[in-house]
Design a protein around this ligand. Structure first.
Ligand code: GYE
Length: 326
């Protein structure tokens, strides 16, 4: 009788330890409430975007966050519908990367009325209303434009150029990176009288559009083009074969400046067909999970979180660049 009671006690003890161990996995305490995060991603238009989605999924797992993720396939109406589903599902926090800046007031007011905090990831919105979002986690796109222009000014100095004709292939119209990459670049070249923008053309951040835009720019301006400033790697990678087909050497006859810093663009930079790539990191997942946890616990969060970014260019020893992971 005594022996069987002891056995029962030991079994109960083992069971209790097991439950405690499972409860503490991922650094979570067993009494910590689950955090359900709804995230609406723009689409899969670039290596950057695919890397960003992957990072958010990986970090959700690391932080023990349950993630509902929806891909909007490049359509704002799909993002609005996803946010409405997150509200109906009563997620703890909503995060999204707005494809464009306008048109979010109604759906974000619905989220606010439901008491669900909203985090902007990567891109910003434009609104007159107060308090629709809590935090923006994303790059300083204006500064990226500045870094691209500063590189160009140094390059023009080193080549001794006295006139520089630029074509600019821009990202999705009315998106934050498009507006700010254009503005930062324009403001920085404004004081340099050698710099002239021949044309700006909308490439929508897509490789196929980058190729089309480049064909049209070459048809119109041909020999006059000294520089291609492209708002992302995908469009740059679409433009380069078109430049070659037209009989020019990218990186030599035409200076090529790109933004993102994905592995494929870095490899082409090493080949000498791109001159400069401004980094834009897609790794925003860690900050997102930490912010979502704070919001769930009712803690204060920073209004803007910018990651630190660098540039990669033909001014450096390119062999030292570590694998990019996207
Ligand atoms: O540069 C581009 C993309 O919003 C920073 O979106 C992002 C941009 C990125 O698809 O490749």
């Amino acid at each position: 009788m005594k022996r069987s009671r002891k056995l029962l006690q030991s079994l109960l003890c083992l069971l209790l330890t097991g439950i405690l161990l499972i409860g503490c996995q991922n650094g979570k305490k067993s009494d910590e409430p689950e955090l359900l995060l709804g995230f609406s991603q723009i689409g899969s238009e670039s290596a950057w975007r695919i890397g960003n989605t992957q990072d958010i999924e990986d970090q959700a797992e690391n932080y023990g966050v349950s993630l509902m993720i929806e891909n909007a396939n490049q359509k704002q109406e799909n993002q609005i519908a996803a946010i409405r589903r997150f509200i109906a599902y009563k997620v703890d926090v909503i995060a999204f990367s707005p494809i464009v800046e306008d048109g979010w007031d109604n759906v974000l007011t619905e989220a606010k009325e439901a008491g669900i905090p909203v985090v902007l990831v990567d891109r910003d919105i434009s609104t007159e209303k107060e308090g629709l979002t809590t935090c923006l986690i994303g790059a300083d796109f204006y500064q990226e434009g500045v870094m691209a222009a500063e590189y160009l000014i140094r390059k023009a100095d080193s080549l001794g150029l006295d006139s520089v004709n630029i074509v600019e292939i821009t990202g999705t119209e009315n998106s934050t990176p498009m507006r700010q990459r254009q503005q930062g670049f324009a403001d920085t070249i404004a004081s340099d009288s050698r710099m002239h923008i021949l044309e700006r053309i909308d490439g929508d951040f897509l490789k196929s559009r980058g190729a089309e835009c480049m064909r049209s720019l070459l048809d119109k301006h041909g020999d006059d083009i000294d520089v291609v400033y492209s708002h992302n790697d995908e469009m740059t990678l679409g433009a380069i074969p078109e430049i070659e087909k037209a009989g020019y050497k990218p990186g030599k006859d035409i200076i090529i400046i790109s933004i993102d810093g994905g592995q494929e663009a870095i490899d082409v930079l090493k080949e000498g067909k791109i001159n400069c790539v401004v980094e834009c990191t897609p790794k925003l997942g860690k900050e997102l999970m930490e912010t979502a946890k704070k919001l769930k616990n009712g803690e204060e969060v920073d209004e803007v979180i910018h990651p630190t970014e660098v540039i990669f260019s033909d001014e450096q020893d390119l062999e030292k660049i570590a694998p990019r992971g996207y």
